[in-house]
Design a protein around this ligand. Sequence first.
Ligand SMILES: Cc1cc2nc3c(=O)[nH]c(=O)nc-3n(C[C@H](O)[C@H](O)[C@H](O)COP(=O)(O)O)c2cc1C
Ligand code: SF4
Length: 404
Amino acid sequence: MSSYNHLFQPGRIGKIEIRNRIVRAGTSETMAGDSGEVTDQLVELYETLSRNLVGLIITGHLYCHPRGQYAHHQTGIYDDSLIPGLRRLTDAVHRHGGAIFAQLAHAGSQSRVPGQMPVAPSPVPNALTGRPVAEAGEDEIQEAILAFGSAAARATEAGFDGVHIHGANGYLISEFSSPLTNRRDDGWGGAVARRDRFAYEVVRAVREAMPSEMPVTMKLGMFDAAPGGLTIDEEAGRAGRLVAEGLAAVEVSCNVMQRPTDSARKYVAVGPWRALLDWLPQRVFSSPPAEAYFADAARALRGHVDCPIILVGGMRRRETMEQILARRDADFIAMARPFIREPDLVRRLAEGGDVAACTSCNLCLTHESHHSLRCWRVPRQRLLEHAWYRLRGGFNVTFTPRSH
Ligand SMILES: Cc1cc2nc3c(=O)[nH]c(=O)nc-3n(C[C@H](O)[C@H](O)[C@H](O)COP(=O)(O)O)c2cc1C
Ligand code: SF4
């Protein structure tokens, strides 16, 4: 096969056929109603992605328990009343031949919801939110595991093709895995096997709640961003054991973070010319940071898991994507920010496009939980809106509800 012909080959995750190797990575939309219910805006976003040929869409993280909510207007899957709305999402994607997995999440101490009592393995303030937390009791841990299982049953009823468990980026599962945030010395912490236990029990609860032919996959935090934390070696071993519990594919990312840019690095593949074109004068004299920044973690996993690997993190040029697939560093290419700016990116690549327009400036991430998901660089007047919001001190208010 020519080295430029992998991206548009069909692939398979468990029994689900995926029409190409491109995955829309989980991207929190904060477009839901007050109780996390699906809105017309969400349906339209997903329908647009599928109509434009995305192979597999992973939803933004769906909170499986009210205490696991990350932000206002995040989509929920914590109650049966939310199923009909979620069914609208899956129908919209299936109408255009796409596949969609529900990303099940519990935010742990990373919740940004005011008045919420977060759950965490140990009383370690969250590195991103600074939020103080108490150590979870046995009943709270069991409740969180049960919530993942019930959410998986709801995802099945809502017509999702599979379930993707969020086990990365500082949320509850990654907090249990990390020695930095899990300081327990009981059945849920201490030695590696006990720090593994929460993730196992979640995978088991989810697997048991779903029909055997429906795939369960997981976003794995491969390493902590801070020294003394979880290492790739330890996580690769855990991944092998989790796959043996029934995972059909794994996505690699980082685990507990120090800064949001640990998972979403800035300005990948942005050289002087693209910097000028996208009004980024501060980048004109800087060399472009590397693409595919989690590729090493994916390579480290290959010998430990016998399932497809999904790579996320800073892939922007088609050439890079093709090389990753050709070398079998990964089996699927997942992108998040490029689809915020260009929901029709896959179609454009299929028609000969060679680079995503997103310059990874992270304005969309800065506005997360303040506004619904959008690219703040196009149309250009959005940059003015952003500047005005910032000047008014919009970002200084902690745990703000979305303003529009
Ligand atoms: C605005 C925004 C929201 C995100 N929300 C989620 C999410 O809900 N679930 C998740 O697993 N990752 C989330 N991420 C991380 C992305 O999935 C992805 O791992 C990261 O952005 C790197 O990929 P990229 O370079 O293609 O953007 C989010 C990233 C951004 C920028
Ligand atoms: S604001 Fe737009 S260009 Fe910047 S990272 Fe987000 S999608 Fe990409």
